[in-house]
Write a protein that binds this ligand. Sequence first.
Ligand code: XUL
Ligand code: CO
Length: 445
Amino acid sequence: MVKPNMHFLNKLEGMSKISYEGRQSRNPLAFKHYDANEVIGGKTMKDHLRFSVAYWHTLTADGTDMFGVGTMQRPWNSYSGMDLAKVRLDAAFQLFDILDVPYFSFHDRDIAPEGDSLQETNQHLDIILKRMKEYMEHSHVKLLWNTANMFTNPRFVHGAATSCHADVFAYAAAQVKKGIETAKELGAENYVFWGGREGYDTLLNTDLKRELDHMATFLHMAVDYAKEIGYTGQFLIEPKPKEPTTHQYDTDAATTIAFLKQYGLDPYFKLNIEANHATLAGHTFEHELRLARIHGLLGSVDANQGNTLLGWDTDEFPTDLYATTLAMYEILQNGGLGTGGLNFDAKVRRASFELEDLLYAHIAGMDAFAKGLRVAHRLIEDRVFEDVIKHRYRSFSEGIGRDISEGKATFHTLEEYALKHPIIRNESGREEQLKARLNQYILEE
Ligand code: XUL
Ligand code: CO
């Protein structure tokens, strides 16, 4: 077993796991709502929420933005190359332990640096994966999902599976092949495809049909390879409308579902819905979750939030209780996330550069979702919205409405009915009353 280099996080050394102290607690390093072992609706909070730490934001990112260099004060800042990768790994598992999260997630390039060749890059990965596997066995922290970074290296300037250059398609295939092998080796519960640079900036140089066909071919190859090597985790695809390309192909849940169905991929994929991607697409988080859910394709969640004043992917830690409540409402109605989880694809602000901020941020996110879970559970138990919705559509349970629902009506029978019933009485949708109800539950629960 690799010995954890505890001194690298010596600022936090000796710190025990963050524990639940209840809503009256003023301790910033305690949970106020997330009580891992509390049972809600027959399941512990830990099993409902399945929290995951995202390696790239929490361990790898240094706070660089368009206008300035990194700001993050990290104990591993003085290291580089493979030494840095090893130290980060030690720190990662120490952090997972303090936060007591059951899962983590990573891109291949988060955990180990690229080498001068694909062979060397894979050797770097193998060294880290071996240590990671030992840590996982020792700590019982599991891999929610891994994925391939096919957007940072300049070779992906025109995309990966949708690049205009066949050599790039081949390289991307080799990278995902290794990714699926990694998922199998580490027992990843899911494998994620986020379209990185799969999209276009201008149609003037783009063969749209060919690029979509290539993307589907690529995903079918991935499905075939997983079957070949016996990887049985869930494949997930993560919608996002724009950034980095002007138009990302997996724009939103509806577009992604249509793509999967068009190319016969829907039996093999579910969706990984990200809150900030939903809002970038002009949808609410709950809309995207609902749409995936009603198609039986809700797989996992990238838990974060955007900034309504900014038009890009700010990936803030989720603290908006309306959003977490309505998200948990969809997740509970879905019967949970199955092999998925709530992955904090979220970063501390560039000005929150101290190590402790990583803890405060995760505590804030975990508490916000725990509160959302409590409220959503109560809303469902009391059938607050379900009864309203049932009542609202009651005209389809009898008479002409039932004929419509059961597919027995035709334009002829409906015309006959409409002629006989000239007076139509609509009822209020009661939106404001329902919002007040939601407020009441959030405040009381
Ligand atoms: C990018 C994004 C990615 C994916 C994984 O916006 O969300 O980090 O979650 O590649
Ligand atoms: Co994401």
